[in-house]
Design a protein around this ligand. Structure first.
Ligand code: GLU
Length: 516
């Protein structure tokens, strides 16, 4: 098939974009780029009751952050403008075309009438559906004379236009992921195509636009599979079957444990974002966390999402966007839902965090330090970064792993004190301090030499006095860091320098000698 590949991401601006929607867009993008095709952003905003202000801007900003670029669409333009459905005015003509062809009809039933019917059915433990079995008893252009219909339309009576599914016809479709799907038309309800507010429903607008925009493949979430028989029927009713796109319905993103669709509540409960960017609900003030604000790198989010439901068929896990474009294929999308994995998400971020240069990390870290009232230099912080970054998954992990390079301990971890600072440790530390003062004088102005000589001295001193290596080293560490953690002692001493090293040891002796 030499049809040009054209795919679209068609979100409805009803709130922040769920991370599953981001994955759908990513797969569309990868597919388009792999085949040298076009990727389009269409905003499906014809349901004005669900419209949320700011959602469209949020969607556009999310993809900008993620590095997923559209070729055409809202905010970009293109030959099929406008790409915002509320600005497109052709839908009614198409709905009328279907009425002319006998594939649709006017329905005048009021919402109250339908509601009453629903209730009546409920009392009989049945489900009311507007379909081929019920429509012959309802108030529509099938049951009314042409004159009556004209009269009602002339009087401005509210109406909707419904699709007219034939009785007992099998609707077949081939889904690129699911395979053959078959549905009997008698089970389907006559969906509203055009609403009484003068706007099309999702189904009509979506199909008309996919046709007019020459979309070759519809790649979207599995939740739309039940609507697909209607969409296929619409293509047939319009006589557009030859230009009908191929369908690929993506499996759901599942909760980390158990089954079920990944929801915002799972994110809140388990502490991970389900939205790309932070979202503030204007009405309730409620805040939903975003990957960006939680410190995730866009490359990590893209890489993680790519592998949630698709696999490359190899062991490779790290992929740049270009590599993904290279290896992506619809055939390798799983039929089964993919479980979200928080540990893996962090792992991906860790990998991409390591790929940043020390300078990049230091630039951002200096900002964080400034907010804490700490003024440091690029040179110093770059060194700190080089020592601790492998311990970090996120920029926000930097402080917890490196605060001791910027401030002297105020308190000493009680557990470590109890375990290590005992016996004659105060005396040992005092002797060590004395020797270190000599080493500092001998290496005046050269912190590297000071650190090395001190390390050497410590090892000799411990050996000569037959002391417990772990105990002594941890007391020195306690003095310098305040806890039993941190990078190599020589590196700490080298960076903080001899003066700070000595004053920290001195203070630890003053504070801790009274504790034991
Ligand atoms: N507007 C629909 C949505 O919000 C688009 C579904 C489709 O891609 O057809 O998901």
């Amino acid at each position: 098939m030499d049809r040009r590949i054209r795919v679209r991401f068609a979100p409805s601006p009803t709130g922040p974009l769920h991370i599953g929607g981001v994955r759908t867009a990513l797969y569309n993008y990868l597919f388009a780029k792999k085949h040298g095709g076009d990727f389009i952003l269409r905003i499906e905003d014809t349901d004005r009751t669900r419209f949320v202000e700011g959602a469209e801007e949020y969607i556009i900003e999310s993809f900008k952050w993620l590095g997923i670029k559209f070729d055409e669409g809202v905010g970009i333009g293109g030959r099929y403008e406008p790409y915002r459905q509320s600005e497109r005015t052709m839908y009614k003509d198409y709905a009328l075309q279907l009425i002319d062809k006998g594939w649709a009809y006017y329905a005048f039933d009021t919402p109250e009438e339908l509601d009453n019917l629903r209730k009546e059915y409920e009392t009989l433990k049945k489900n009311f559906q507007y379909d081929c079995n019920t429509r012959d008893n309802l108030r529509n252009s099938i049951t009314m004379s042409a004159e009556e219909v004209d009269e009602r339309l002339k009087n401005g009576e509210p109406y909707v236009i419904r699709f007219k599914f034939p009785k007992n016809a099998d609707i077949h479709l081939t889904d690129l992921i699911r395979g053959e799907v078959k549905m009997n038309s008698s089970l389907l309800d006559d969906k509203v195509l055009f609403k009484s507010d003068g706007l099309p429903t999702y189904h009509l607008a979506n199909v008309v636009d996919d046709y007019l925009m020459d979309i070759s493949h519809v790649i979207r979430g599995e939740e739309w599979l039940p609507s697909c028989p209607l969409h296929v029927s619409l293509y047939r009713a319009f006589g557009w079957e030859e230009r009908m796109p191929q369908f690929a319905h993506l499996p759901l993103l599942l909760k980390p444990e158990g089954n079920g669709k990944l929801s915002k509540r799972d994110g809140d409960r388990l502490g991970f974002p389900v939205f790309p960017l932070l979202w503030r609900d204007k009405k309730t003030g409620e805040i939903s966390s975003g990957y960006r604000e939680s410190g995730y790198l866009p490359q990590a989010v893209v890489n993680m999402l790519a592998l949630l439901g698709w696999n490359p068929g190899t062991e490779q896990e790290l992929f740049s966007m270009n590599e993904l474009i290279d290896v992506f294929s619809l055939e390798r999308i799983s039929k089964h839902g993919a479980k979200f994995d928080l540990v893996k998400a962090k792992w991906f971020n860790h990998q991409y965090f390591q790929q940043l240069s020390n300078e990049e990390i230091a630039t951002d870290y200096l900002e964080i330090l400034k907010q804490k009232g700490i003024n440091s230099t690029m040179e110093y912080t770059k060194e700190v970064v080089s020592l601790v970054k492998e311990r970090c998954d996120f920029l926000s992990d930097m402080w917890g792993n490196s605060y001791y390079f910027y401030q002297s301990p105020e308190n000493y971890d009680e557990k470590v004190v109890k375990k290590r600072w005992k016996d004659n440790m105060t005396e040992v530390m005092s002797q060590i301090l004395e020797q270190m003062q000599n080493i500092a004088i001998a290496n005046e102005g050269n912190n590297t030499a000071f650190a090395h000589s001190t390390e050497e001295f410590l090892l000799n001193y411990i050996g000569e006095n037959q002391l417990n290596m772990g105990q002594v080293m941890n007391c020195v560490r306690l003095a310098l860091v305040g806890e039993g953690k941190g990078v190599n002692l020589a590196d700490i001493m080298r960076l903080i320098g001899s003066k700070t090293t000595l004053s920290r040891i001195e203070r630890s002796i003053t504070v801790l000698e009274n504790e034991v």
